[in-house]
Write a protein that binds this ligand. Structure first.
Ligand code: S6P
Ligand code: ZN
Length: 186
């Protein structure tokens, strides 16, 4: 029941051997949401996001590019919006581009000194993620947020740093608006 953007990317472009599809459910994301009491009340089978990626060259290849579309469902755990795990790239200096396809979101960016900032995502918005910068996306709207991503094939993913410490700020809804507030977990 995911609304797919049918204007640019058709299903038949995302078929073949080098396509990877993954689904992240609430039960896979226990460490990223701060409100543990609200989390415990929710169904672990709830889908938070799906990612379809195209890997035209082997992982680790220098000079290649990967492409993927992420679909984040609308929802919240307590006041915190549904969001991705978030990661640094394993080769820290590798950058990435995101382009929003549909919906409304926020891209959280944190440098290695723990400074977090956020960029508003609206259909057509293009976001440059510099190297050495952790990135996470949150759906702040009421429909699916989807965006395409383009990153170097040797970038790799480091999820450990974020899963231990999180971002220095979290994105919550206050009076109907998304606001960044300090992460008390840190
Ligand atoms: C990959 C790129 C995206 C994310 C996707 C899910 O470098 O940034 O394709 O993998 O948005 O987020 P995460 O943090 O679970 O990988
Ligand atoms: Zn990335």
């Amino acid at each position: 029941n995911i609304t797919k953007p049918n204007l640019i990317f058709k299903d038949d472009l995302l078929t073949g051997e080098n396509i990877d599809r993954l689904t992240r459910k609430l039960k896979d994301l226990g460490d990223i949401f701060n409100d543990k009491a609200a989390f415990a009340q929710m169904d672990g089978e709830t889908v938070v996001y799906d990612v379809e990626s195209s890997f035209p060259v082997a992982h680790g290849t220098e000079g290649g590019l990967f492409y993927g579309i992420t679909y984040i469902h609308p929802g919240k755990v307590g006041q915190e919006y549904f969001m991705t795990k978030g990661h640094f790239h394993e080769i820290r200096n590798r950058g990435e581009y995101y382009c929003t396809l549909e919906g409304e979101g926020m891209l959280l960016l944190m440098d290695e000194n723990g400074n977090t900032r956020a960029e508003k995502m609206i259909p057509g918005s293009i976001h440059y993620i510099p190297g050495n910068t952790a990135h996470r996306t949150a759906n702040v709207g009421e429909q699916i947020l989807s965006f395409s991503a383009f990153w170097p094939s040797d970038a790799g993913h480091d999820y450990g740093t974020i899963s231990e410490k999180g971002f220095s700020e979290i994105l919550i809804e206050q009076e109907g608006q998304p606001v960044l507030v300090p992460n008390i977990k840190q």
